[in-house]
Design a protein around this ligand. Structure first.
Ligand code: GLU
Length: 499
């Protein structure tokens, strides 16, 4: 039974990279008829941000990424918030210490700093608290038993560090990257527990993945360097037979491919990098949702940031993504975020919506108008817009109160000629009983024939007189939607304003 988890730390709003990790976990779980759970990794109290958990849940909800277990939906492996699992970690820290795989360390900040500086002076590029240095520091391996006891009883500041063995080869197989082999000398004796009673990420993550029976750890590439340490911890705790498989996802890169996509890139280029809006002291930061993106388009775009189905098909709904997804088709190399392509996805997904659903989303902008008319407008506009708000914006041509700047257009014919034409058209239109686009078109075509005109003489003129624009949906359809009254007013206005 596949069991995967999304395990964000509530340290700020969830970035699109985080949403993608959640999405891939979700797709993988659903594809394999497994369980997807949400665990909140809130052990770092210093970086804890109040609104973050709520933001994470709302973002997943907007994306339709539903979790089967996790905070708010307690399953039998809870609690799912690490701060509520403190007692559990204590047990395993004690066990690690007892087995000789971890030790207490009492070094002060200053002492650690001095150690690092000395090592740097001696030419060590990345100074570490490791198997060599631990022997010179203040910890339960160097201090006498009595001294350690005394310090613990006096409740002195301490941490627990994992005791990484010297010169050991650590191997792990990553589903996306293949075999990763690391020498233990490159890993330091990481802090796994602090005297505030909280574990650090590494320990809590491993303990929880084990107890929650996680089968696959799917997470961002930035965690790959931590994976060998996690493998060691599984080993030390005697859990290596139950170790999950790993899949480290590629980074999401800036549009130019130079470096990781950050909030600053979003600010600089004016595109969102967060799913939902959020407030900061400097003001509101725009998210994809409030910038007019459909969640289905956003999710489709995200799925393609680092994965492809191996076919030409690009437009997928969630069900289809579940069906097509596999970790084997996730790429190793970073995926460039492309805002233009994101808009294109939005356009494609708008086209897939039926008119009524679009109406339900935008109806608050049309409270004074009849649903039937708005549905017709949606039908005409949805093919050409990138955002649903464009439909609202474009809709002004269909209602009274449109301001046309008549100086904007140059006609091939003289003003006298075009005014005559429009007078004729007006007269003919008023005579149509059933004012439907087919009938309108028939009459206009007959007129063009009869007057020996070209379509190019009449249609752009008519479009401009009726909408003030040079492009748009079929003019016959527009005429049907605006109806005889508006049509008459607009032509009369044109006649008045063009001398
Ligand atoms: N809490 C980690 C994060 O914020 C989770 C990493 C993992 O999935 O193991 O990304």
């Amino acid at each position: 039974m596949v069991r995967v988890r999304f395990a964000p730390s509530p340290t700020g709003p969830l970035h699109i990279g985080g949403v993608r990790t959640a999405l891939y976990n979700f797709l993988f779980a659903k594809k394999n008829k497994g369980v997807f759970l949400l665990r909140i990794e809130d052990t770092d109290q210093k970086r804890y941000v109040d609104f973050a958990e709520e933001y994470i849940k709302k973002s997943l909800d907007w994306c339709n990424i539903k979790y089967d277990e996790g905070v708010d939906i307690e399953g039998d492996k809870g609690p799912y918030r690490q701060s509520e699992r403190k007692e559990i970690y204590k047990k395993y820290v004690k066990e690690l210490i007892k087995k000789g795989h971890a030790y207490y360390a009492f070094d002060t900040k200053e002492e650690l700093e001095t150690m690092r500086e000395n090592l740097k002076k001696a030419g060590v590029a990345s100074p570490k608290y490791d198997s060599i240095m631990r022997e010179q520091m203040k910890n339960s391996l160097t201090l006498s038993k009595e001294e350690v006891k005394k310090r613990l009883i006096e409740n002195q500041q301490y941490v627990v560090r994992v005791k990484i063995p010297r010169n050991k080869e650590i191997k792990l197989k990553d589903i996306i990257r293949g075999w990763v082999v690391v020498n233990s000398n490159t890993i330091d004796d990481k802090v796994i527990f602090k005297s505030d009673g909280m574990p650090t990420y590494h320990l809590a993550n491993v303990v929880d993945d084990y107890l929650m029976e996680i089968t696959h750890v799917i997470r961002g590439e930035e965690w790959l360097p931590s994976a060998p340490l996690h493998v060691m911890l599984y080993d030390f705790l005697g859990w290596n037979k139950k170790m999950p498989e790993f899949a480290h996802l590629p980074l999401i890169l800036r549009p130019d491919g130079k470096g990781k996509l950050s909030k600053r890139d979003g600010d600089k280029h004016g595109f969102p990098v967060f799913p939902l809006n959020y407030k900061t002291e400097e003001g509101e930061v725009a998210g994809f949702k409030d910038s007019g993106f459909l969640s289905s388009a956003f999710v489709n775009m995200l799925a393609f940031l680092g994965w492809n189905p191996g076919t030409e098909k690009e437009i997928f709904n969630l069900e289809e993504l579940i069906d097509a997804f596999s970790l084997e088709r996730v790429s190793k190399s970073g995926a460039k975020f492309d805002f233009e392509k994101t808009k294109w996805f939005n356009q494609q997904h708008i086209r897939l919506l039926n008119n009524k659903s679009i109406y339900e989303i935008i109806k608050q902008d049309f409270v004074e108008h009849k649903e039937e008319k708005i549905i017709k407008i949606i039908e005409l506009e949805k093919e050409r817009v990138l955002f649903l708000s464009d439909i609202v914006f474009n809709s002004k041509i269909y209602f009274t109160g449109l301001n046309i700047n008549y100086k904007e257009y140059v006609f091939k014919k003289t003003n006298k000629e075009i005014k005559d034409i429009l007078c004729d058209i007006l007269e003919k239109m008023m005579k149509i009983n059933d004012f439907k686009k087919e009938n309108i078109e028939t009459i206009i075509r007959e007129y063009i024939d009869y007057k020996n005109l070209k379509f190019g003489d009449l249609l752009p003129l008519l479009r401009f007189a009726l909408t003030g624009e040079k492009r748009g949906p079929s003019i016959y359809s527009i005429m049907e939607v605006i109806g005889k009254d508006i049509l008459k007013n607009r032509i009369n206005n044109f006649l008045k304003n063009v001398e």
